[in-house]
Design a protein. Structure first.
Length: 208
């Protein structure tokens, strides 16, 4: 099937961080629902998106590749719930599917499958090149300091929920340019975000 790139808006890479139970996954799910996206591919280790978005439970890389091939440019919500060892293949498949026609690619708990150095090959390619094809990417983590630097360097939006661990607070203080106390003071479902090239930060969530 030929790749069609005409009439595509640029994709957005949103780097989402926050400690457990502070609402980052709920926020992403709400964003995807509100967007009306019909083509979604998720690394879904806890099956949260599978349930929230009524997706297909894809347990192996082979099965994921087959479903992408069958769907082509059509709609689908594909939730890969297989082992961490399939992450880079998941990213490669997401990139190929997005080249056929724009999709939303959601990588949950990226610190489990990347490190603070260079991104794994498939994930790095998705991050660096996917936006050209109109792929909207969400990279989500509880431990921002342990994620690959490619995400933070290429993010269109940095979106942070609350943290309490000093190492994570310090990291988000640096990438957002806000005082550490402001990050530590965030309550569940409150957030701070900054868009690339904009010095202003946005505060949101209940009571923010």
């Amino acid at each position: 099937m030929a790749v069609t790139v005409q009439q595509r808006d640029d994709g957005i890479l949103t780097a989402v961080a926050g400690q457990s139970r502070f609402g980052k996954t709920t926020w992403v799910i709400d964003q995807v629902r509100e967007s009306g996206a019909q083509r979604i591919i998720v690394r879904d280790p806890r099956m949260e998106y599978l349930m929230a978005l009524n997706g297909e439970n894809i347990r192996t890389v082979r099965e994921l590749a087959a479903r992408v091939r069958d769907i082509g440019t059509g709609p689908g919500v594909l939730c890969y719930t297989g082992p961490d060892s399939g992450f880079d293949a998941w990213a490669r498949i997401a990139y190929l599917w997005g080249q056929l026609w724009p999709c939303v690619a959601i990588g949950e708990e990226i610190s489990d499958v990347t490190s603070a150095g260079k991104a794994p090959d498939g994930w790095g390619e998705l991050i660096r090149k996917g936006l050209f094809y109109g792929i909207h990417i969400y990279s989500i983590t509880q431990r921002p300091a342990e994620c690959d630097k490619t995400v933070w360097g290429n993010a269109t939006v940095i979106h942070s929920h609350g943290f309490s661990l000093p190492i994570d607070v310090a990291y988000m203080e640096r990438v957002l340019g806000v005082p550490a106390d402001r990050i530590k003071s965030l309550e569940p479902h409150q957030w701070i975000e900054r868009w690339a090239g904009d010095k202003n930060v946005i505060f949101g969530g209940p009571g923010a």
